[in-house]
Ligand binder design. Structure first.
Ligand code: NAI
Length: 302
């Protein structure tokens, strides 16, 4: 089988100055992609900024014979999103691949969470995904080619104490993907999501050193690069990856029950059937909301 390559492709990786983003950028560049290495260059909580992080990764790529340019804008502003994409267009003429990876943490129990902790995390993760994608999408549409990757988290999918802001923003990106996959399909713009687990500066504080060693960011990047390749024909998939483990996560809906609306039903009817309502045997995944509505209509007719 032929090697998967990205020659002639232009990729933007946000938050690529370290951790997972750096590993994604290095891998894409090593396979021929021209890469915009975006990073605000601040601390893991979103404070501060600088040029050193993005510059260092650009140097690494160039030293290995690849092509890259840095960008230091924050994804959390509209102008930042526009500028990141402008950097790609000015340097390389287009954008084919966008990996929305930039992220920060402001972990606190919900009781202690301040408004700024919520706003800042939503701005970087969720609005950040919108800001950069909004600027890149028209170019991809024009070129009839695009590969977009969102970065979610098992916190968003399943929950984690102290990460209400982060989990909500991260699952928001999954909702964003589900609509974008439909709107992009006609233009060969595929949108998928990675739920990574990796030892990075973001997780080093909560993981023991031997676990950080086992969870190298480089172990996540191959599936992200696959999602960015021409060989990927999927759209709307959540892939999980870490330490060599790869899987798919989905939202499913159980077969449910139908109560007779003509006869009417009460809170007690719900209580009496709650076990059946919650059952997941025979659960189904829907590719879009219309499919769920069609299933309800057909269940009512039975
Ligand atoms: P990291 O802290 O090494 O990387 C995040 C990068 O984003 C940093 O280099 C940072 O400077 C940059 N950044 C922060 N705010 C920015 C902004 N406004 N604009 C541009 N760049 C900005 O952490 P890591 O672990 O590599 O995280 C990458 C992504 O993966 C994040 O979205 C994170 O939420 C997600 N993730 C990571 C997991 C893990 O186990 N490491 C688990 C689940 C999700």
């Amino acid at each position: 089988m032929a090697e998967i390559r990205f020659d002639g492709r232009v990729a933007i990786v946000t938050g690529a100055g370290g951790g997972l983003g750096r590993a994604h950028a290095l891998l894409l560049a090593s396979r021929g992609a021209k890469v915009v290495v975006n990073d605000l260059g601040g601390a893991f909580d979103g404070t501060g900024k600088g040029t050193a992080m993005a510059d260092k990764v650009v140097e690494e790529i160039r030293a290995a014979g690849g092509e890259a340019v840095p960008n230091y804008d924050g994804v959390d502003t509209w102008e930042g999103g526009q500028n990141i994409v402008k950097t790609a267009v000015d340097a390389f003429g287009k954008v084919d691949i966008l990996i929305n990876n930039a992220g920060i943490l402001r972990d606190k129990s919900f009781m202690k969470m301040e408004e700024e902790d919520i706003d800042k995390v939503f701005a970087v993760h969720l609005k950040g995904g919108f800001n950069v994608t909004k600027a890149a999408f028209p170019i991809m549409r024009e070129n009839n080619y695009g590969r977009i990757v969102m970065t979610t988290s098992n916190t968003g999918l399943y929950g984690n104490f102290g990460q209400a802001n982060y989990g909500a923003a991260k699952l928001g990106l999954v909702g964003f993907m589900h609509t974008l996959k439909l709107e992009g399909a006609r233009y060969n713009i595929l949108v998928n999501t990675i739920a990574p687990i990796a030892g990075t500066r973001m997780t080093a504080t909560v993981m023991p050193p031997d676990m950080v060693e086992k969870l190298k960011p480089e172990y996540v990047s191959p599936i992200v690069a696959y999602m960015c390749s021409e060989e990927c024909t999927d759209s709307g998939i959540i892939f999980t990856a870490g330490a060599g483990y790869f899987s798919r996560a989905v939202l499913v809906e159980g077969p449910g029950v139908v109560l007779n609306a003509q006869k009417g039903f009460t809170i007690e009817d719900i209580r009496d059937r709650i076990g059946d309502i919650k059952k997941l045997e025979g659960a189904q995944h829907f590719n879009q909301s219309n499919e769920e509505i069609a299933r309800i209509v057909s269940a009512l007719g039975q």
